[in-house]
Every structure is written in C-alpha cells, then in structure tokens.
Design a binder for this molecule. Sequence first.
Ligand code: TRP
Length: 449
Amino acid sequence: MTQNNRGGFNSRFGMMMAVAGSAVGLGNIWRFPFLAGEHGGAAFIIIYIAMIFLVGLPILLSEFGMGKSSKGGVVSAFARLAPVGNSPKSKTSRAVWGKAGYISFTTGLLLMGIYLVISGWTLNLLVDSIASGGEQHSVAQITENFNAFTSSGWQPTLYGIGFVVVCALIVGRGVEKGVEKWSKFLMPALFLFILFLCGYSTTLGGWDAAVDFLFRPDWSEVTAKTILDALGQVFFTLSVGMGILITYGSYGQRKENLFRSKVTVTAIDTSVAVLAGLMIFPAVFTFEGLTPTQGPELVFITMPSIFGQLSFGWILSIFFSAVLILAALTSAISIFEMLTTVFIEQFRMSRRRAVIVLSVVLSILALCCANWQSVFNLFDYLTSNILMVLSGLSVALFTGYVMDKKVLRATFTNGGENSVGVYRIYIFLVRYVAPVAITFILLSQLGFI
Ligand code: TRP
C-alpha cells in the first residue's frame, strides 16, 4: 500500500468526533467526577484545566503533528521523521528513534486486552439491565452476580470477543466509512444520552448535594498529590501515550488548524467528564448510606443498586449501560485502528487481512485477561503505570528535541498560513514543561513520590 491511497478522514467534524471518541472513555465517567469531588471541587477542576493547557494539549499536538507530517502510523511516523544524514550521530539517532513507535504499539496491544474485558462487563450490564425488568436488587445481590460473572471467565471472554467483532467490522471498512462514519453517529448519541440522564438527575433530591460535592471550591484539599492526580488524569483521559492520535493525525486533512481543533476536543472531553458527575452523583446522594466511589464498583455495583429504587429506573439503567458501552466502544475502535495501521504498514498486509489477524490476536489477549486475574493485573500495571507514560515521554522528547523543527513548524502553521505565536508557546511547553511533568507522573505511578 502506498502512502497516497491509504484513505483518510473526509470531514473536520468526523475527525473531531473520532478523536473525541477516543478521549471520552470510562475514565471520564468513573474517575474524573470522583477525583474532582474528593480533591476540592472547582479547585481541582481549575488545576485540571491548567494541566490540560500545560501538558495535555502540547502532547496531543505533538502526536497530531507527527501524524500529520509523516502520514504514517505510530511506528512509521517515528521512523520517517527521525534524523536523516550519514553522520554517526544521525545514524544512531535514526536506529533508536526508528523503533520508538513500538513502545506505543505494545502499550495499545496490552491495553486493548484489558479494555476488551471491561467493555465486556459493560455489555453484560446492558443485558442484565434489560433482563431485570426494573426489579430492585440489593447491593449484596448485585455484588454476588457481578463477581460470579467476572470469575466465570468464559462469559467476559465471549462478550470481549463480541466487542472485537464489532470493532473489526467498523475498522475493516476503512477510515472514512468505518471510524469516521460511526464516530459521527455514536458520539452525538453518547452526548444525548448523558444529557438525558443529567436532566433526570436535576429532579432528584440529591442534586444540590452533588453539585456541592463536585463544584464547591475547597483549596484546603489541594496538595502536591492533587496536582499529580490531575496530571495523571489529564494524560489518561486525552488518550495520549499510545500513538492513536499520531494515527488519526496521519489520516487528517492538510489544511486543519491543529490548535483550534484540539482545544475543541479537550473541551468536549472535559464537558463529558463534568456532565458524567452530574449524571451519577445526584443519584448517589439521594440515598442515605451511599457515598461516592470510583472505578468498576461505582458503575457496576453502586449505580445498578440505585436504579431499582428510582422511578423509571429500568429505562434509566438501560440508558446508563448504553452510555458506558458507547464510551468504551469508541475508545476501543481507536486502539483497533492504531494497531491496524501498524499491521498494514509494518507487516505489509491489506486492511482486511490486518483486521482479521488482529481480531484473532486480540481475542486471545482478551481470553487471557478474562481468565487470569494475574495477566489482567500485569497488563494493567505495565500499561497504565509504565508504558503509556514512557510512550508519552518519547513523543514529547522526539518532537521537542529530535524532529526537524522546520517540518514541525510548517505542520503547525500550515506552511505559514497560521500564526507562529501559538507554535512558539507549544514548542516551549513540549521541550521544558511536558517532559518534567511526565517524569513526575512516572515517579508517582511507580510509588517513588
Ligand atoms: N481516554 C480514555 C478514557 O478517558 C482511556 C484511554 C487512555 C484510552 N488511553 C487510551 C482509550 C487509548 C483509548 C485509547 O477513559
């Protein structure tokens, strides 16, 4: 396949929805609202937004810039943009950086194993919600069912493979007819469902308490740890550190204004995270004895136990499961597309064959993660704590110090059409601020600080 006939996004809106689809995931729903509530409400949100501008956006822009200027997936982007020339220094640099993309590729592969299993849980939630007919179940019962489901192994495996098939059918159609077309439909649907559930939440007795929990600024809660948590969340929620945005950038349009479109994407991502808090916490605060939690427990146990007690709970539970599935699906599609592009480019496969091979590999990974908790935990540890961060660091260092600045600048300014001021700020942040911040994230994830 040559670089020219690899297809690409056909509209700015479609591309934006695809990028937002990758960014908006379970992290927005089960992690951000809790972090904000626990760490000082509006105070946390302000710090979080500052971190987006100081660290998240620069890396997001770097990934996109690499994709846009190389027109290649994550592995070939590094290889094509590595220094040319025959001096020993260039040669070593080319040899090292030419392989750097494989860190991101591996991160995506392992993360997908975990993501598929959790996506399988969301499918199961939908099936359970529909089957329950709105009947009320106690927390103990729900916990028992959930544990029985996850420990059965084969059930999550089957659901996970179901997810692989859906991703394969979408990605197999190519970027425009697959990822773009479906993101344009799935993301607005996700947004509408969340708005609907938020609207319902305003009628609940716990609304005021939830708004207070999420937004009341409390600067006394803010510590160095808060800033680190905000940084970690920014990194995770924007889906950087896996080369997905390099891949999407490579399928983008030449004339795109990178800065403007990426600010929009982060705004969408943050809005969904805040709305998710307004969707979830009013229900939690409505019932005595329940306190906000995060992670799988919040969405797979606490929330299902609440729906049975609300009017129209059955419908709400179905909508809620749909929100989780859509959030998981659009993110899974983005990893699938990134991996597919690498298979096409590095292993010289057709898209069809790449998708088939990848589906088999991913099904095996999902099977391992669903059946062996130790594999799940290992993949989780390696990806979230080490690989993702290293991959982000490699992107920041590569664009900040290695890549030809003329090329980078031309990519950002569309060959001089857009102002160079934003580019200057970006390059400063990506050289001096982002690498330091990422190193702090790494040290904190590894438990050193
Ligand atoms: N951004 C996703 C979320 O907020 C999680 C995520 C991190 C992700 N890296 C990713 C999703 C890469 C897809 C691809 O939940």
